[in-house]
Write a protein that binds this ligand. Structure first.
Ligand SMILES: Nc1ncnc2c1ncn2[C@@H]1O[C@H](COP(=O)(O)OP(=O)(O)OP(=O)(O)O)[C@@H](O)[C@H]1O
Length: 587
């Protein structure tokens, strides 16, 4: 359980982190402070002038002084106008730039977090962080931070002026201000709890909206809109409820503060009248003091409100802070080996792996794949086939044992070497909202026009593209919904052909193709794969009959291994598997 003090410490850390994004704009922040001083001084000079007006100008009926006063007020107001306009510009500049820097740091962090983070946290949650939470922080740079500076300056200068006018009057208001602390802290505590819940609720709501939009097709098919709406409504109600509570506590805090400062004004008037009658202060000094008191209390109330609201905001920011400080599990060693070309030998030596403690997925797995060999992994769903592929590309590190590529331990290689030399083709191919050309070039952005066309021809895609209105420059929809599943897989294969890696991992890359297209592509694929190390995660066994070796996985271990015919002759698990897949019509 997190105790109160640790929350305080961490919120403070979060605040420092958030404010650190202002560092590149310190000069602008400094100018903002100057503008704040000018605005505060010009606002505070007016009450001071009232005192002077009453005690000197009115009393002595001095017309010259009256004109000087009017000119001075006009000049002060002009100065305030210029300072306010500059402040507005600086505020906007600092806000836009610091939010952009914050957003950029979050997006770049996404790149280094690796697959394990992305598999554990939903896209909706990450999107909520990047959008909603960053937008919330925008308020801090736009409003809270500059207003805090200005109000604090105002209050400091004004307290100095009040002390200068009358020490007695200044001391008399202290008990009234302290009155707030009889009730305030209790309300603050409740408001903090609400703030924490609200931060969680914001992320959940963002996640729910993302889910609802992503699942639109499925919701249509299953006619489940009402089911989804009810779930969304529940989240919305919870969020609205928390917002209402937050505003209620904010109102309550504000009311108590207003009460204490009006109460202080009454005390001040009574005590002020007494001091005037005793001739300790003049009537003009009293009016100046009262005006300063009212303005200062108003600003002081704002400072306290800003502080508490910032605290609420820090609960939201703490989610971003955690994200920004999340240590990636997969990191590159200093001096990691960089290989220009990988031969394609892979070795697993007593490798064990589990995603969660006490739930081993792979147990003491050992196998050796030589460069150019064609290997398949088969086994029941969930037996760990894809997990082996994830370890090969270092999405995760094994708990025990050693994995090596070309006799180099995988964690001694640079991540770029691993990602560049291993190509993966998934069943699901992601299509970007861009031209079909860019979607293929994604496999190798520096490929030439000829290489692009060659790869498209090999993927049996070129003729289709040439019939499109803008041919290679035709835009395809985000997520590729205008492309059929088969076409998407062909784009995935064209990317692979362009990338030309030494090791290819395939997760049924041709499953969505019709028989004729599959036969054509299979020919290109066979030609392309001739000198490559191929690892296939097989569901349909027809594609792996000619493979050098097939590993049959069972319960985290290799139960059988060998070529197709040899395994069949064994009459064991593989044979059973073949019969099952035949019955399911997958052969
Ligand atoms: N990121 C993860 N966190 C926790 N458990 C996971 C994760 N990914 C997979 N698993 C679990 O690990 C086990 C092996 O999963 P894996 O995807 O490797 O199986 P598979 O043999 O490839 O399955 P399929 O044939 O259905 O694709 C499964 O029980 C799965 O639920």
């Amino acid at each position: 359980m997190i105790n109160k003090s640790s929350i305080e410490v961490s919120l403070f850390k979060v605040y420092i982190w958030v404010v650190s994004f202002l560092k590149p704009y310190l000069m602008k922040v400094f100018l903002l402070i100057i503008c704040g001083v000018v605005i505060s001084v010009s606002e505070l000079i007016i009450p001071k002038m009232f005192g002077y007006f009453i005690d000197d100008v009115l009393k002595n009926k001095n017309i010259n002084l009256f004109v000087y006063c009017l000119c001075a007020i006009f000049l002060v107001l002009l100065l305030k106008l210029i300072a306010t306009a500059s402040k507005e510009y600086l505020q906007r500049y600092i806000q836009e730039n610091s939010v952009r820097d914050l957003q950029w740091s979050i997006v770049t962090k996404l790149r280094v977090l690796g697959a394990s983070y992305l598999e554990k946290n939903s896209t909706g949650t990450i999107l909520a962080l990047v959008n909603t939470e960053v937008a919330a922080l925008q308020e801090l740079y736009r409003r809270y931070f500059p207003e805090m500076i200005q109000h604090v300056l105002f209050v400091t200068i004004s307290i100095y002026l009040m002390l200068d006018i009358s020490l007695y009057l200044s001391i008399s208001i202290i008990p009234c201000i302290s009155l707030y602390y009889l009730f305030g802290p209790r309300i603050e505590k409740k408001a903090s709890n609400i703030g924490q819940k609200l931060a969680d609720s914001q992320v959940n709501l963002g996640q729910k909206y993302y889910e609802s939009v992503s699942l639109l097709k499925e919701l249509n098919v299953f006619n489940s809109f009402e089911w989804d709406l009810n779930k969304t409504l529940k989240e919305v109600k919870n969020n609205t409820n928390l917002y209402s509570k937050r505003y209620w506590y904010a109102y309550l805090r504000g009311s108590i503060r207003r009460f204490t400062y009006y109460f202080g004004a009454i005390i001040l008037i009574i005590f002020g009248c007494f001091l005037i009658s005793e001739e300790t202060i003049t009537a003009g000094e009293f009016v100046s003091f009262l005006l300063l008191y009212l303005a200062t209390m108003h600003k002081l109330t704002s400072v306290i409100t800003l502080l508490t609201e910032q605290k609420m905001l820090m609960f939201q920011a703490s989610k971003l802070y955690e994200f920004a400080h999340f240590e990636p599990t997969i990191t590159e060693k200093e001096g990691a080996i960089h290989l220009n070309k990988v031969e394609g030998n892979i070795n697993f030596e007593n490798v064990s792996f589990s995603y969660t403690p006490n739930n081993p997925i792979l147990k003491n797995l050992s196998f050796n794949i030589k460069s150019g060999e064609k290997i398949a992994f088969v086994g029941e769903s969930g037996c760990g086939k894809s997990t082996i592929a994830k370890l090969m590309i270092r999405f995760y590190d094994s708990n025990n044992g050693e994995i090596s590529i070309d006799s180099n331990l995988i964690n001694s290689l640079s991540l770029e070497t691993i990602r560049r030399s291993i190509g993966i083709v998934f069943q699901d191919v992601y299509i970007f909202g861009s031209t079909i050309k860019e979607n293929i070039l994604f496999g190798n952005p520096s490929a030439t026009e000829e290489e692009l066309i060659e790869a498209s021809k090999a993927a049996y895609l070129h003729d289709y593209i040439m019939e499109l209105p803008d041919q290679y420059n035709t835009k395809v929809d985000e997520k590729g919904d205008t492309l059929s599943g088969g076409l998407k897989q062909r784009v995935g294969l064209a990317r692979l052909f362009l990338m030309n890696p030494s090791i290819v991992i395939m997760d049924e890359p041709t499953s969505a193709l019709d028989n004729i297209t599959e036969k054509h592509i299979q020919k290109s694929l066979d030609r392309f794969l001739i000198d490559k190390t191929v690892i296939t995660i097989a569901h349909r066994l027809s594609t792996i009959r000619d493979y050098d070796r097939i590993y049959v996985l069972d319960n985290g271990i290799i139960a059988e291994s060998g070529p197709h015919e040899q395994l069949l002759a064994k009459n064991g698990l593989y044979k059973k598997f073949i019969i099952q897949t035949k019955e399911a019509g997958l052969v």
